[in-house]
Design a binder for this molecule. Structure first.
Ligand SMILES: Nc1ncnc2c1ncn2[C@@H]1O[C@H](COP(=O)(O)OP(=O)(O)OP(=O)(O)O)[C@@H](O)[C@H]1O
Ligand SMILES: [Mg+2]
Length: 503
């Protein structure tokens, strides 16, 4: 593919040059002679559909994967990045969605990991504390106590620890591969001000996200990946969000959200005054045909509410009933039997079965209790339907799910529950990591299922998405249900309830 790159006219030399890098996996050309330059002090966004090759290039630069061919130049010198340690020595730092922090260690120890301040064999705790504090202050996290255990921190704070670690080794380029997908709106704003600080110090940031409004806001330049190649590199002002989509997908995506003229049926599930260790006294009812959104900040109890409904967390008070019948779920198997499905937030922990095939991952729950013969035949049909319906990018349905790109793994988890079509489907951040085209397809499928009578409950940190999809929005704050808003509410109305601001 020819890069129609139009570089910013700059007298500066690129710090990092990716030259004709290719990567072959069995049956997949993940990267095909890709060229990208990273200049000092720029925020360079990489966007592209799921499976386009973004993370593969990041992993090659991180020294955790070797390219099949091509060159990497740093300050105009060819470098063979042989290991993550080597990448670090070359000034490259990486923040992935699955953060490489050590939960059992303190903030200071995590920041200085591998570069401990010591005199001889003795680590210097006081000096480490001071150094960590100084680094955190530089990125506006001065209130984070360096003595705290990292395991107790929020995702946003853990990311700050990673940024401070990058500063400690004086990283020149910091890669962020979908780090905002687990943050709420304010946390993203905070990260952006950290990014601006890093940039003002002449450091470069490679920022990967499927949230194109973020890209529009933070990018100096944008490189668009497609099918292992590069469509082009553009100055941020050159592309509108629609322009980005057109170049990523090769067509326009219209009518992103389905119209909301759904008709609601009977109540499918009711919760009365339920409490668990994490939520208190929640009252809600979910109706057939209705999409109920759950809004709230990270940590407000949204996921915990889902866990309670799905029999994962023990109720300490209150009751759940379905169709007027009281339910006592001892575990999620009971909940599934009663007709509840859950697409979990934690895809790696609870969702994908990495070593199993795409087909098995899609059909595994649907197949429960089915006779083996029809199972095998229908499971292929089912897998085909969802691979095409959600555009799951895989060389075959026999491919191990663990080898798909992040977004395509997520699509398989969602497909598993869409295939079951339970009476009530709980979706916890279902579009996390999913590209814009597939999101639109997923919205259509969710809408269709609601129209067929399913009650849908959806948690999403992407507020425009929640408002675009849901008929009503339940707002959570600090484990409490704050109230129900209409699907036509504004982002501000939802946020003020979620944050407890008095208007
Ligand atoms: N370890 C692996 N073995 C085989 N194929 C792989 C492996 N890792 C990635 N691939 C394939 O390489 C291609 C590019 O994947 P990559 O993870 O780079 O995509 P991505 O652009 O980061 O997508 P996403 O937006 O979904 O994260 C995909 O087709 C993927 O299936
Ligand atoms: Mg990726």
């Amino acid at each position: 593919m020819v890069a129609s790159a139009k570089l910013v006219s700059s007298p500066m030399q690129p710090f990092l040059q990716v030259v004709e890098i290719s990567k072959m996996f069995p049956g997949v050309q993940a990267l095909d002679a890709v060229n990208v330059d990273i200049f000092p002090g720029e925020v360079h966004c990489w966007i592209g559909e799921n499976g386009a090759g973004k993370s593969t290039l990041v992993k090659i630069l991180a020294g955790s994967m070797t390219p099949s061919s091509g060159q990497i130049r740093i300050s105009d010198e060819i470098q063979d990045i042989s290991s993550p340690h080597h990448a670090q020595q070359l000034g490259l730092s990486f923040i992935f969605q699955e953060l490489s922090v050590v939960n059992g260690l303190s903030v200071a120890d995590n920041i200085l990991l591998g570069n401990e301040l010591s005199r001889g064999p003795l680590v210097l705790p006081k000096a480490s504390f001071v150094r960590a504090k100084e680094l955190l202050m530089r990125i506006g996290f001065g209130s984070l106590d360096p003595n705290r255990k990292v395991g107790q921190l929020s995702t946003a704070e853990k990311q700050a620890v990673m940024v401070a670690r990058a500063l400690n080794i004086d990283a020149k380029v910091i890669f962020m591969d979908e780090t905002t997908s687990t943050l709420d709106r304010d946390e993203v704003e905070n990260l952006f001000s950290v990014i601006r600080t890093l940039k003002s110090e002449g450091r470069s940031i490679v920022f990967i996200s499927h949230r194109l409004n973020e890209v529009e806001k933070i990018a100096d330049r944008i490189t668009i990946f497609k099918d292992g190649g590069i469509v082009g590199t553009y100055n941020s002002g050159e592309l509108s969000i629609n322009g980005m989509i057109r170049k990523m997908v090769g067509r326009d995506i219209e009518h992103t959200f389905p119209t909301k003229n759904r008709t609601f049926g009977k109540s499918v599930l009711e919760v009365k005054n339920i409490s668990t260790a994490k939520i208190s006294n929640v009252n809600l009812a979910f109706q057939s045909g209705k999409i109920t959104g759950i809004a709230g900040l990270v940590g407000s109890g949204r996921t915990e509410l889902m866990s309670a409904l799905f029999g994962l967390d023990r109720l300490t008070a209150g009751s759940i009933s379905m169709g007027g019948e009281l339910q006592r779920f001892r575990n999620c198997r009971d909940a599934i039997r009663a007709g509840i499905g859950l697409v979990p937030e934690d895809r790696r922990g609870q969702g994908i079965i990495g070593l199993r095939s795409v087909e098995e991952n899609i059909s595994i729950t649907w197949a429960i209790g089915k006779p083996l013969r029809s199972w095998k035949r229908d499971s292929v049909v089912l897998a085909k339907k969802f691979i095409s319906g959600l555009s799951i990018k895989t060389p075959s349905m026999g491919k191990q799910v663990g080898q798909l790109s992040g977004g395509n793994q997520q699509k398989c988890v969602v497909a598993r529950w869409l295939a079951v079509a339970p009476g009530i489907l709980l979706l916890d951040e279902p579009t996390r990591g999913i590209d814009v085209g597939a999101k639109a397809e997923m919205y259509q499928i969710i809408d269709q299922l609601a129209r067929e009578g399913m009650a849908v409950v959806i948690v999403s940190s992407d507020l425009p998405e929640l408002l675009g999809l849901a008929d009503e929005i339940a707002v959570m704050r600090e484990g409490l249900f704050m109230g129900m808003l209409g699907g036509d509410s504004s982002e501000e109305e939802v946020m003020s309830l979620a944050m407890g601001e008095v208007k």
